[in-house]
Design a binder for this molecule. Structure first.
Ligand code: HEC
Length: 106
């Protein structure tokens, strides 16, 4: 086995281990890294982005009408100008970042 392959294997094990141990990125960290640029730090997009992209604030009635499962589906597959996060984030990261987004939807 070449060194490179062995290193990749070790890395995979380390990542899986970190995930299993709960060291995976929290929903808040994922949201800040991947969602905040469009949805705003507290779920309210800045007015320019809101207008240009069609992002609504998290506490907008139309947004709150979505179930958690619908939001996870939108985040996974994308919608309108929102990119799909399938393959870019794990299912757990999508679920947790949606969970964090939903804390602003009150
Ligand atoms: C490039 C900008 C952009 C990024 C990054 C982005 N979104 Fe969105 N998001 C949008 C837009 C635009 C919509 C509205 C889509 C529509 O209804 O046409 C949207 C809609 C949504 C909705 C559905 C509720 C609604 O507003 O209609 C959820 C839930 C959501 N985003 C969650 C997330 C999460 C979680 C992330 C990070 C993993 C994320 N978004 C990253 C632009 C973005």
């Amino acid at each position: 086995m070449s060194k490179k392959i062995r290193f990749a294997g070790m890395l995979t094990v380390a990542v899986l281990f970190a995930g299993a141990m709960g060291f995976a990125q929290s929903g808040e960290a994922t949201y800040k890294a991947k969602c905040q640029s469009c949805h705003g730090a507290e779920g309210t997009p800045n007015p320019g982005i809101a207008k240009m992209m069609g992002v609504k604030p998290a506490n907008d009635a139309a947004v709150k009408a979505h179930s958690e499962a619908q939001m996870i589906a939108i985040t996974t597959d994308g919608k309108g100008k929102m990119p799909a996060f399938k393959g870019k984030l794990t299912d757990a990261q999508i679920r947790d970042s949606v969970g964090y987004f939903r804390t602003f939807a009150k």
